[in-house]
Design a protein around this ligand. Structure first.
Ligand code: PGA
Length: 252
């Protein structure tokens, strides 16, 4: 049933790129999009904040959305170095990634922080992409499903709907490593996320659940064809137009 949800392929550029790089990459994707017409996945680019303007002008009128990689939970204030959800919205974003494992690890973000950021994003009119995922130790201890569903229940604002929340399951040990869980393991976690969504959303069947962690053109089709996998959050492969586009094509 959830296979009918329109797939979303999101590129997380992390801390890579310059204005020139951003214009090139977003421009190539916009060209491919215009040749392809409507029968492709929803595409989303999440560049570093200073590159949003370059991406926005290169994407032009093509159906490619923009997103931030993080936002602060407060509306505004004395928070040097941070950006608010409203600022991202003002810069042309429709989405923002929150709770990425690199933020959780590098900046000590916990489920409560992530919940507050997701809430701030929703208030500002952005759709937060809430990232959850187990570490290798947790997987080896057989706790992956418990950890991930626990993160989901605490990180997702109660009352979220299919229109204002997206979940990304990203096993920490699969990010940037070239390692991907067995397809059965991905399916098992995504099914568990779908059930646990009932605790935080009245819309559990329609919320998109992305998989992230070493998604590449050569594994995208099998991952994206799993029930309850409604798209991908792509890091490394989103920095190359051909690879990212091949993943987008695999979603249809
Ligand atoms: P990766 O990153 O595709 O390079 O593993 C995914 C992510 O961190 O979102």
């Amino acid at each position: 049933m959830t296979q009918s949800l329109r797939p979303l392929i999101a590129g997380n550029w992390k801390m890579f790129g310059t204005n020139a790089f951003a214009s090139d990459l977003a421009g190539s994707l916009a060209d491919k999009m215009s040749e392809a017409g409507n029968d492709v996945a929803d595409l989303l680019l999440c560049p570093p904040t200073p590159l949003l303007g370059a991406v926005r002008s290169s994407v032009g009128d093509e159906r490619i959305a923009l997103g931030g990689q993080d936002c602060h939970a407060a509306e505004q204030g004395a928070h040097t170095g941070d950006v608010s959800a409203a600022m991202l919205h003002d810069a042309g974003c429709a989405f923002v990634i929150v709770g990425h494992s690199e933020r959780r690890a590098d900046h000590g973000e916990n489920n409560a922080t992530v919940n507050a950021k997701a809430n701030a994003a929703q208030v500002a009119g952005l759709v937060p992409i809430v990232c959850i995922g187990e570490t290798l130790e947790e997987r080896e201890a057989g706790r992956a499903v418990d950890v991930v569903t626990g993160q989901l229940r605490s990180s997702v604002p109660k009352g979220s709907t299919a229109l204002n929340i997206i979940i990304a399951y990203e096993p920490v040990w699969a990010i940037g490593t070239g390692k991907v869980p067995a397809l059965d393991d991905i399916a098992k976690v995504h099914d568990a996320i779908r059930s646990a969504l009932n605790d935080v959303s009245g819309d559990a069947e329609s919320v998109r659940i992305l998989y992230g962690g070493s998604v590449k053109p050569n594994n995208a089709i099998e991952i994206l064809s799993l029930d309850n996998v409604n798209g991908a959050l792509v890091g490394g492969a989103s920095l190359k137009a051909d690879e990212f586009w091949a993943i987008a094509e695999a979603a249809f």
